[in-house]
Design a binder for this molecule. Sequence first.
Ligand SMILES: *Cc1c(COP(=O)(O)O)cnc(C)c1O
Length: 351
Amino acid sequence: MIDLRSDTVTQPSKAMRQAMADAAVGDDVYGDDPSVNQLEREAATLSGKEAALFLPTGTQANLVALLTHCQRGEEYIVGQKAHNYMYEAGGAAVLGSIQPQPIDAAEDGTLPLDIVASVIKPDDVHFARTRLLCLENTHNGKVLPLDYLHQAWAFTRKKKLALHMDGARIFNAAVAMKVPLSTLTQYCDTLTICLSKGLGAPVGSLLCGSSEFIKQARRWRKMVGGGMRQAGILAQGAIYALHHNVERLREDHDNTQWLAEQLSGLGVEVIAPGAQTNMLFLRLPANEASQLGPWMKQRGILMNAGPVTRLVTHLDISREDLIRLVDLWREFKGRIATPGSGDGGARTIYG
Ligand SMILES: *Cc1c(COP(=O)(O)O)cnc(C)c1O
């Protein structure tokens, strides 16, 4: 199958599996796992932070970050569609008694700072205490501009807020901007990174921050059940990913760009600005939206098709796969009767 549903579907390569099989391991709760320790050191260096923590998932990494930044009755400001508001089952509220203050993101994925300023609560018994601003980079495949990161950083210093970056795909941002990771991460107190998406590791995320922050986060990780034992097997997959799969993200970006051009050429509407990194969003007419997914699946292509369709490229998607997709898409469009062509506009796919 050619799987364009997400970059989470990547398979660990043979070489990655070999590195995992050969991992030196120990009990990481005792701090004894040399592979986890190596991964955490490398992550700290790459992100320009003092320390890092290896966790099983990005959701847990964000949760632990929130639990460490905010106490009960405190608040974080976050995008309405951000993963750590919308897609983490309300964990910060349920498990931390931390109140989210969601706001709409701008078209480019940034949270407008004048709106952020307007929702910061004054020191008054009526209100939760606002502690933290959470940004997401990339957000729906969009790269947050560097001058925005700089402004958000200066803003949070002035307002005495901490800044957490959900950087599940921050390496996509760094590669797209052709800058080292630390150029982006200098503008946040803490960040999370997913190793199990475009980087191709089977499991794992990182939380990076100051030594003191990571020390506290380590306790929260234990509390929520993320203290793993011989986790070096997973850490070696992650180290392999950091060493081999970062620069190649560029291929995914080039592939998305290419696909955007090809599909536009077929008359498919690409939602602006489109294809900055490894995600392409398309707007489909209702009849196409309902039929495209099953039609493609029968032909070996998996996608989350709908009125807004997201296609995601990753290390298991080649240019040849995309050529096949474009050919099939052309055939699909050819088989949809045009509106008003004798069937009252009800369009059907034949075959
Ligand atoms: C995938 C994702 C996460 C969470 O990662 P999981 O490992 O799936 O829990 C967090 N933030 C963003 C932006 C993501 O895309």
